[in-house]
Design a protein around this ligand. Sequence first.
Ligand code: ZN
Length: 294
Amino acid sequence: VPWFLLTILLSGCCGAGPARDTALPSSVVRAHAAALRREYKFAIVEVPPFVVVGGGPATEVRAYAREVVAWSYAALQRELFDHHPSRPIELWALRTPGSYAAWADEAIGSSPGSPYGEYVPCARAIIVDRSMGDGTLVHEMVHVLVEVDFPSAPTWLNEGLASLYERPGRRAGRIVGLDNWRGAALRRHLRHHRPDLRALMGTSRASFYGDHRARHYATARYLMLFLQQRGELRAFYHAMRDRGLDGPAAIEQAARLPLARFQRAWRSFVLRGRDPQTKRAAEAMPPRLTFYRG
Ligand SMILES: [Zn+2]
């Protein structure tokens, strides 16, 4: 197949479709849900743009759809994003590692690359194992939103935002990312090495997912967490998305600091350790939104 046809095929078949300014009409989601109901015995609940395919009793799946899926999606939209998918996204939420593995092929057309969950654009589906907590769901949901809101976002930004919200909390009705397990290894690293945010923000997709991927995730996540804590995450994201600034320039504009000074402050923030507000915000979460390590 010639490359240009391949490009058309790929962009035509994969992903959440062209961005919309308004939410996907519920009629489109309803039609997709009806087709799934004819095929599967699962409880199926519409939460535009998602169709939740849930393991377990229907009442529980409905509560999950309303309290976890709908709340997280709306809160993420309010926080950062201005666009919606134009195609329904299936959200397969299984309840055990066994059913997660058994239904992966049906849901995403392959074995999942992670025991927690995955978004596969070409399948237009997210699959998660709910027994690992609900953080993965929010992580993968961010990938769907970044895909339509900022299609050319660099990988470090996409994964930084996704992993920021993988341990979500609620503060004054807003979704926030909280300190999580990725911080410990980053603190160990920063005690013995100079921080290099510029290097992180220079990574390509391949180098981000390369040899130092764990540190790249942690650095990107804690960069987003620090911007969030300073109240500058939104300005930073919009400077990159709307003004075409690269990471360092967007930081300098949002934080009104030279990158070197910002980086010193970031390093102290990370080394100080746990965000004192974490415990309180975590307690304020709906009980169903639990957290995971991955
Ligand atoms: Zn991710």
